[in-house]
Design a binder for this molecule. Structure first.
Ligand SMILES: [Ca+2]
Ligand SMILES: [Ca+2]
Length: 218
């Protein structure tokens, strides 16, 4: 095979496996905007226990004043959940042959650095009574080294929609939960990536294209 045809094949195959970000409304909990130390209102675009908070240095490193960006977080504000509760957002519908990667910044707030326990998850159909697709539980004592306390760290949950094709087309939800009574969970910078998994049919297309080009060049 000539070099230029090899390049065509690689480019076509790469296009089928690169991930696309799924839009998430107010993914960083910056809306509504609060003054430093403010807390309470519900985050635009989210349902459930979706309160927003603009922390200060009392709770997180580098959180006071401007720019006020906590290490590992995004912007100046985060979500907070006190006690056993969840927040959720519908993010379109389940697509076929797709690898979903949910990435969420989780915060270890002063006072709850080691004993909180939270979960990041994807659900289909309904955020409470539907099908749980994947759940990643974060145990703070094990997940946060001392150096990361009072900061945020990214955690991920991954689900392959080929695992249950019957759910394709169902509403897809991001669900973030606090699993510890008496503790407070903090989430920020919620990201969801959807990567189409090449099937034999989609891989065959670039191969056929290469074969056609090869014939034309002869
Ligand atoms: Ca934020
Ligand atoms: Ca602040």
């Amino acid at each position: 095979m000539r070099p230029q045809f090899t390049a065509v094949l690689i480019a076509a195959a790469a296009a089928t496996v690169s991930g696309d970000p799924v839009p998430i409304a107010n993914h960083s909990f910056e809306d509504p905007s609060l003054s430093d130390g403010g807390f309470g209102p519900l985050a635009t675009g989210w349902s459930g226990s979706a309160s927003v908070w603009n922390p200060t240095n009392d709770w997180y490193d580098d959180a006071s004043g401007l720019p006020g960006v906590i290490p590992g977080a995004d912007g100046q504000q985060v979500n907070y959940i006190s006690g056993l509760a969840s927040l959720d957002q519908q993010v379109g519908a389940v697509a076929g042959d797709t690898l979903y990667t949910l990435t969420v910044a989780v915060g270890a707030r002063a006072g709850f650095e080691v004993f909180d326990r939270v979960a990041i998850a994807l659900w289909a159909g309904s955020p409470t009574t539907g099908s749980q697709l994947v759940e990643e539980v974060v145990e703070f004592g094990a997940a946060f080294p001392t150096s990361a306390q009072r900061t945020f760290l990214d955690f991920q949950a991954v689900w392959d929609s080929r695992d249950d094709a019957s759910l394709v087309g169902e509403p897809l939800y991001v669900v973030l939960s606090n699993l510890t009574n008496g503790a407070q969970a903090n989430f920020d910078n919620v990201r969801l990536d959807a990567t189409i998994i090449p099937t034999p049919a989609t891989l065959a297309m670039p191969m056929a294209l290469v074969a056609t080009l090869a014939r034309r060049r002869r």
